[in-house]
Design a binder for this molecule. Structure first.
Ligand SMILES: [Zn+2]
Ligand SMILES: [Zn+2]
Length: 351
C-alpha cells in the first residue's frame, strides 16, 4: 500500500515538473496564448444567456479615496439581453472589458450626478461600444447640464474620432455613430427604453451642494433594483426602495474617517475628510433604510473610505448585522442575479 502511495506521489510530481517545463516550449506557449486571446475577445456566458433575469454587476465599488484593485462608481444592470450602465467612474471600463460584456448591447448610460468619480470614463465607454458596432451615438441620461458633459467630451475627443474613422474606415467606425445623445432626466418621470417590461424611474436625492442628484429604481418583470447614487439619508431612497429585491447603496463610516483624519498630517486631506461627511449616508443608516424599506438584500458600494483589507472591512461594517443582516459589502465583479418568475437572489463574483 505504501509503495502505491509513493509511486502515485512520484507520478504527480513528475507530471508537475514536465507540465512546468513544457511552458517553456514555443508550441505550448502558442496554445496557451491562443486560448487567452480567444477568452479576451469573446463574450462572457454570464451575459446574453437563455435565462430571463434582472442582473446587477458592480463594475466599480470604490469611492474617490484610493483602494487598490477597485474602480470608481459603476453599476451594470442587464434586463434580458439589454445592458444599462449606471455611472462610469475611473477604472470601470477596464473592468467591463475584463468581464467580457457585449458592449454592443449597451442601450444607455445613466449618470446619477456629475461628480468626476461618476462620469470620468464616458469617453472610454464610448470608444468600446463604438468599435463593437454601436449603431447610433451613445445615449447618456443624466441631470440638467448633462449635455455640457457630453459636449465637452465630444470636443475633447473630436480629433480622436476623426483619426480612428480615417484609420479604420466608415464600416468599422463611422462618424455618424460617434459622440453622445444627452437626455435630461426628471424627478419621478418614467424613462422609456426599448427593452420590453423594463421601467427606469429616476428620483431626486439630496447630495448638496450637487444640484440634481438622482437615484434610480429599475423594475423588470416583477424583479427590482434600486441604486442610491450619492446622497444623505433624506428619506427618498427609503421611499423608492419599498419592497425592492435589491438596494445598491453608497455609504460612509464617519468614525473610521475620523480615525484616519485625526492621524493625517496633510491639511488638505484633513479638510476634505471633514467636508465629505456632510453629504453621504452613514453605513448604519443605509442598513436602517434597507430594513424600513423592506428590501430583500442590501449591496453596499462607494464605501467611504473603501476598505482595503478584511480587518478594515470588519471595522467599517461593525454593527450593521444587528440592524440588517442581509447585506453584502461589494467588490468589483460582485454579481447579483434575480431570475424572472422566482424570488431567488443569487450572489456571486465574476472573474
Ligand atoms: Zn461619488
Ligand atoms: Zn458625489
Amino acid at each position: 500500500m505504501k509503495n502505491i502511495i509513493k509511486i502515485t506521489l512520484a507520478l504527480i510530481f513528475s507530471l508537475l515538473v514536465i507540465g512546468y517545463a513544457s511552458l517553456n516550449l514555443n508550441f505550448v506557449q502558442d496554445k496557451v496564448f491562443t486560448f487567452g486571446i480567444n477568452n479576451l475577445v469573446g463574450v462572457n456566458s454570464t451575459f446574453l444567456d437563455d435565462e430571463d433575469s434582472l442582473k446587477v454587476v458592480v463594475c466599480g465599488s470604490r469611492s474617490p479615496l484610493p483602494s487598490p484593485g477597485r474602480a470608481e462608481a459603476c453599476i451594470l444592470v442587464e434586463a434580458g439581453d439589454d445592458i444599462y450602465i449606471f455611472d462610469i467612474g475611473n477604472g470601470s471600463v477596464a473592468n467591463l472589458q475584463q468581464y467580457q460584456i457585449p458592449f454592443i448591447n449597451i442601450k444607455g448610460v445613466f449618470i446619477t450626478h456629475m461628480h468626476s468619480d461618476h462620469i470620468a470614463e464616458l469617453p472610454e465607454l464610448h470608444l468600446q461600444s463604438w468599435v463593437q458596432g454601436r449603431d447610433a451615438p451613445l445615449s447618456v441620461y443624466g441631470p440638467e447640464g448633462i449635455n455640457l458633459v457630453t459636449k465637452g467630451f465630444e470636443l475633447a475627443y473630436s480629433a480622436d474620432y476623426s483619426y480612428r474613422n480615417e484609420h479604420h474606415g466608415d464600416d468599422l467606425m463611422p462618424l455618424n455613430t460617434s459622440g453622445f445623445e444627452a437626455i435630461v432626466v426628471k424627478d419621478k418621470r418614467l424613462i422609456k427604453t426599448e427593452t420590453d417590461g423594463l421601467e427606469i424611474i429616476p428620483f431626486v436625492v439630496d447630495h448638496h451642494p450637487v444640484n440634481h442628484a438622482f437615484g434610480f429604481r429599475v423594475n423588470y418583470k416583477g424583479r427590482s433594483v434600486v441604486i442610491s447614487g450619492d446622497t444623505i439619508n433624506d428619506g427618498s431612497v427609503q421611499q423608492y426602495a419599498k419592497d425592492a429585491d435589491l438596494l445598491v447603496h453608497s455609504a460612509i463610516n464617519i468614525d473610521v474617517l475620523e480615525k484616519i483624519r485625526k492621524v493625517s498630517h496633510n491639511e488638505i486631506l484633513n479638510k476634505i475628510f471633514l467636508d465629505i461627511q456632510t453629504y453621504h449616508t452613514p453605513i448604519k443608516e443605509a442598513a436602517k433604510i434597507a430594513k424600513n424599506a423592506n428590501v430583500k438584500h442590501l449591496l453596499i458600494y462607494h464605501a467611504i473610505p473603501t476598505p482595503t483589507n478584511d480587518i478594515f472591512e470588519d471595522v467599517f461594517y461593525r454593527g450593521v448585522d444587528d440592524i440588517f443582516p442581509n447585506y453584502t459589502p461589494s467588490v468589483d465583479g460582485t454579481i447579483v442575479v434575480l431570475p424572472i418568475g422566482s424570488n431567488e437572489i443569487i450572489l456571486d463574483e465574476l472573474n
